[in-house]
Design a binder for this molecule. Structure first.
Ligand code: NDP
Length: 451
C-alpha cells in the first residue's frame, strides 16, 4: 500500500490498525487490504473521506454477536457449536447478508464476508446495509431432524437481533431453502409474528421470491456477458468452466447453457468432472439438488464424462472461468495456467475465490475480471426484491423478476465501468466496484454524522 501523501498514509494507517487488531483474521485482512488499496485514487481526489474517519469506521463492524448453539443429535448426545452474526454497516439500510454453516466458519471469515457485503449491497442500488453470519456447524452427514434442531437452537438466540428494519439474513454455503424454512418457522414461533421480511431465500408458498434460487448464478453470467459485450464479444459459443456444484454454480451453468455457451467442467470438494462436449446441466442439478449426489456420481452415470480426483479444475482449458465454490480457490498458479490456455473473462460467482496474486495475473494479461462484489450481487439484489414483495404483500412473476435482475446487473456493470473510466482504467472492474460501492456508503456516512 503506497504512502506518498498524507491521504495515502492514512490508508496505510487504517490497514496497519487492522493488522494489529485483526491480524489473526487473515481472510478479513485480505479483503480489507484489497479494498483499501484500490481506494487510494479516490481518497486522493476526496480528502474529506479521510478527515471524517470514514475508513476506520467502515473497517470496524457496528456490532459482532457470538453465541452458543446447543443441540441434541440423533443419539441423544448434546452437541455445542458457535454461532455468529456480524452487523457490519447499516448506513444504507438494515444489515443484509447470508448465513453460512460450514466447519471452516470463524469470526474472521464472517467479518470478511460482511465487509464485502457492504460494498456489494451498495452496488445493487437497493437500500441494504451489510452483514453476515453463520456457524461452524457441519451439515454434511446430519439427518433432517438434526438440521432442524440445530436451526431452531440457532434462531432461538439470533431472533432477538433480527427484524425487517434491523437485520435480514439469507442463505449461503450450507444454508438453503430447507434451513431457511426451519429458521423462519422458529422465528415465527418465538415472536408470534408472521414477519415475512425478516429472512430472504424463503419458499414460494411462504413469502419467497421467484428467481431467488437462480439469482446469484444467473446474475454472475449476466455480468460476465456485459463485460464481454463491452469488448464486442459474448458468451455464445464459448467454452466455460464453473467450479463448485452448489446453488451458485448450478444456476450459473444453466444460464451459460441458455446463452449458448458450453460448460465443460464442474467440481465439488472431492474433485472435478469434465465432458469436452458439454455437461448436461439439468442432470447435474437433479443429481445435486434432488439426490444429494457428488460430481463423481455424474461421471459414473455419463460415460462421456471423466472424474478427476483432487486435481485443479483450472487446468481445463476454457475461454470463460466462473469460480463459484469458495474463497481462495483460484491462486496465481491456476491463473497462469488459465491465461496460458487462452481465458478471456473471469466472473467471481463465489466470494473472494481469487487470490490477490491471481487477480494481478489476470489484470496484467488483459483478462476481463469481474470481482464478486459486483459479479455475484444478483443474489442479494433479488433478496432486496423479495423484501419489496414482502413489504407490499405482493408476489411477482418469474419473467418480471428475472428482467429486474438482469437490469440490475446491467446497471451494476455500467456504474462500475463508468467509475473505472473516471479513474482512467475502464477495464479495471476491481477498482470501479470498490470505489463505486465505497463512495455511496461513505457519502451516506458523512450525511449521518459520527455514529
Ligand atoms: P453451496 O453450499 O450451495 O455450494 C458450495 C459448493 O462449492 C459445493 O459444491 C461445494 O462442494 C463446493 N466447494 C466448497 N469448497 C470447495 C473446495 N475447496 N473446492 C471445490 N469445491 C468446493 O454454496 P453456494 O453455492 O450458495 O455458495 C458458493 C459461494 O458463492 C460462496 O462463496 C458464497 O459465499 C457465494 N455466494 C453465494 C450466494 C448465494 O445466493 N447462495 C450469494 C453471493 C455469493 P462440497 O459439496 O464438496 O462441499
Amino acid at each position: 500500500m503506497s504512502r506518498d501523501t498524507d491521504g495515502l498514509q492514512l490508508t496505510a494507517d487504517a490497514y496497519r490498525t487492522i493488522q494489529v487488531r485483526d491480524g489473526h483474521q487473515p481472510e478479513f485482512a485480505q479483503a480489507a487490504y484489497e479494498v483499501l488499496e484500490s481506494l487510494e485514487p479516490a481518497l486522493k481526489r476526496h480528502p474529506e473521506y479521510l478527515r471524517s474517519g470514514v475508513l476506520e469506521r467502515l473497517c470496524e463492524p457496528e456490532r459482532q454477536i457470538i453465541f452458543r448453539v446447543p443441540w441434541t443429535d440423533d443419539t441423544g448426545a448434546v452437541r455445542v457449536n458457535r454461532g455468529f452474526r456480524v452487523e457490519f454497516n447499516s448506513a444504507l439500510g438494515p444489515y443484509k447478508g447470508g448465513l453460512r454453516f460450514h466447519p471452516s466458519v470463524n469470526i474472521g471469515v464472517i467479518k470478511f464476508l460482511g465487509f464485502e457485503q457492504i460494498f456489494k449491497n451498495a452496488l445493487t442500488g437497493l437500500p441494504l446495509g451489510g452483514g453476515k453470519g453463520g456457524s461452524d456447524f457441519d451439515p454434511k452427514g446430519k439427518s433432517d431432524a438434526e438440521i432442524m434442531r440445530f436451526c431452531q437452537s440457532f434462531m432461538t438466540e439470533l431472533h432477538r437481533h433480527l427484524g425487517e428494519y434491523t437485520d435480514v439474513p439469507a442463505g449461503d454455503i450450507g444454508v438453503g431453502r430447507r434451513e431457511i424454512g426451519y429458521l423462519f418457522g422458529q422465528y415465527k414461533r418465538i415472536t408470534n409474528r408472521y414477519e415475512s421480511g425478516v429472512l430472504t431465500g424463503k419458499g414460494l408458498n411462504w413469502g419467497g421470491s421467484q428467481v431467488r434460487t437462480e439469482a446469484t448464478g444467473y446474475g454472475t453470467v449476466y455480468f460476465v456477458d456485459q463485460m464481454l459485450r463491452a469488448r464486442g464479444e459474448q458468451i455464445d459459443g464459448r467454452r466455460v468452466v464453473v467450479s463448485g456444484s452448489g446453488n451458485v454454480a448450478i444456476y450459473a451453468a444453466r444460464k451459460v447453457h441458455e446463452l449458448g455457451g458450453t460448460v465443460v467442467a464442474m467440481s465439488d470438494s472431492e474433485g472435478y468432472v469434465v465432458d469436452e462436449e458439454g455437461l448436461d446441466i439439468e442432470a447435474v442439478r437433479e443429481l445435486k439438488e434432488d439426490r444429494g449426489g457428488r460430481v463423481k456420481d455424474y461421471a459414473e452415470e455419463h460415460p462421456r464424462a471423466r472424474f478427476v480426483d483432487n486435481g485443479s479444475i483450472w487446468d481445463v482449458p476454457c475461454a470463460v472461468a466462473l469460480p463459484c465454490a469458495t474463497q481462495n480457490e483460484l491462486d496465481d498458479e491456476a491463473a497462469t495456467t488459465l491465461v496460458r490456455n487462452g481465458v478471456v473473462a473471469i466472473g467471481e460467482g463465489a466470494n473472494m475465490p481469487t487470490t490477490p496474486g491471481a487477480v494481478k495475473v489476470f489484470q496484467d494479461a488483459g483478462v476481463l475480471f469481474g470481482p464478486g462484489k459486483a459479479a455475484n450481487a444478483g443474489g442479494v439484489a433479488t433478496s432486496g426484491l423479495e423484501m419489496q414483495q414482502n413489504a407490499s404483500r405482493d408476489s411477482w412473476h418469474f419473467d418480471y423478476t428475472d428482467t429486474r435482475l438482469s437490469q440490475i446487473m446491467a446497471d451494476i456493470h455500467d456504474s462500475v465501468r463508468e467509475m473505472a473510466e473516471g479513474y482512467g482504467a475502464p477495464d479495471n472492474y476491481v477498482l470501479g466496484a470498490n470505489i463505486a460501492g465505497f463512495t455511496k456508503v461513505a457519502d451516506t456516512m458523512l450525511d449521518l454524522g459520527v455514529i
